[in-house]
Design a protein around this ligand. Structure first.
Ligand code: PEP
Length: 251
């Protein structure tokens, strides 16, 4: 059985106080949720208090980025072991905003995935095509390349721990969502690539989330698809009640 994971990505939203408030509300709402892993990706400044705010609950906390070294002269960066030390369990890696705005390459993303796994954290590894790539028929090629390069040289055991988040870039923050059929088709192809890299058994166990304007109104249809094993949610994760609606749709 694949794990169903609903993860929020708060991006650069919320002060520490705001984060703790929403997490306290969410903690209450999700207390009876079983069979869905719940993760919130929050800004670095909130992480320590976020972990404390969800203590004893079924919510896990993710960082939204990491630097792939243990320590050193890397001014302004945060290492996987620093995250681990405060109780963070997941790290969002290779989000399209980081690929686009911060020019992160597949090779750098691969270093991050490995560093995170070596420290016992779970990578939420993001991939996805841009609109012009979809329109020119390159969706599969782009996603396949990102998977092959981003998860290069992982062992089967490591691969099993990775959460893949398929996020068509044209659907992120735009209100445009891939239709459930469109998303399913790409998820199925991504799983084929994973099977080619790590074997069918491993691929069958790997969680592949959909991300891109997932909201309470469309979550059930998307999450009802055979190869969609959860969601990475931006805008609709900022409020506890809308995020909870999506979690309920996954149950
Ligand atoms: C995201 O930030 O990964 C995302 C999918 O955003 P949104 O849900 O707002 O499109």
């Amino acid at each position: 059985m694949r794990k169903i994971v609903i993860a929020g990505n708060w991006k650069m939203y919320k002060t520490n106080q705001e984060a703790v408030k929403v997490l306290s509300e969410l903690k209450d709402l999700v207390k009876d949720v079983k069979n869905v892993e719940i993760v919130i990706g929050a800004p670095f400044t909130t992480l320590s208090d976020a972990v404390k705010a969800v203590e004893g609950s079924n919510i896990k906390i993710a960082a939204e980025n990491v630097y792939p070294k243990q320590e050193g002269a890397f001014t302004g960066e945060i290492s996987p072991n620093m995250l681990k030390a405060i109780g963070v369990s997941h790290v969002i890696i290779g989000h399209s905003e980081r690929r686009e705005i911060f020019k992160e390459t597949d090779e750098f993303i691969n270093e991050k995935v490995k560093a995170v796994l070596e420290n016992g954290l779970v990578p939420i590894f993001c991939i996805g095509e841009k609109l012009e790539e979809r329109e020119s028929g390159k969706t599969l090629e782009i996603n396949s390349n990102q998977v092959r390069k981003g998860l290069k040289d992982l062992t089967k055991e490591e691969a099993k721990k990775v959460i893949v988040a398929y996020e068509p870039v044209w659907a992120i923050g735009t209100g445009k969502t891939a239709t459930p059929e469109m998303a399913q088709e790409t998820h199925k192809e991504i799983r084929k690539v994973l099977a080619d890299m790590f074997g069918q058994e491993v691929a069958n166990e790997m969680t592949i989330q959909y991300g891109g304007s997932m909201k309470p109104e469309n979550a059930k249809d998307l999450l009802g698809q055979a190869d969609i094993d959860g969601g990475l949610v931006g805008g609709a994760s900022l409020k506890a009640d809308s995020f909870f609606e999506i979690i309920k749709a996954a149950k």
